[in-house]
Design a protein around this ligand. Structure first.
Ligand code: ZN
Length: 134
């Protein structure tokens, strides 16, 4: 795995959290993107090499709604950049990790993504992401 690409933070309201994080990081949100497959609206901030991704649910039964109902707002996942997501998925599967999707799916920010089940990763939801070739 390469560097941490971004940290995902579940929020109830982007309207409230976006200005909060702009103030906190002293940098503007550079992208807002709907990810239909995940039922989320995302907002990205650049902090050095790493990004912060705010996640707001767009569906009452969506994963972010469920997460916030259970745990409240806060850190939702850590995403690692990988060079070859398919081979990294195979490697992790052989190591006994449980993949939440069997093939890479379209994520935000022009990436292929795959999530690992947090039950095998000390409760931390891990995302692998690979930048799509242009
Ligand atoms: Zn993410």
């Amino acid at each position: 795995m390469q560097q941490i690409d971004h940290i995902g933070i579940a929020v109830k309201s982007l309207d409230l959290s976006l200005p909060l994080f702009e103030k906190l990081l002293n940098s503007p949100c550079y992208k807002i993107e709907n990810v239909a497959s995940e039922q989320v609206k995302t907002a990205f901030f650049q902090t050095g090499e790493t990004k912060i991704e705010l996640l707001e649910s767009t569906a009452p039964e969506g994963v972010i709604t469920k997460f916030i109902d259970k745990k409240g707002e806060g850190i939702h996942h850590i995403a690692f950049e990988v060079l070859d997501i398919v081979s990294e998925m195979e490697r992790l599967k052989k190591e006994g990790f449980v993949l939440l999707n069997e093939s890479p799916k379209e994520g935000a920010d022009n990436k292929w993504v795959c999530f690992l089940h947090p039950k095998n990763t000390n409760g931390v939801l891990i995302e692998l992401c690979q930048t799509k070739p242009l």
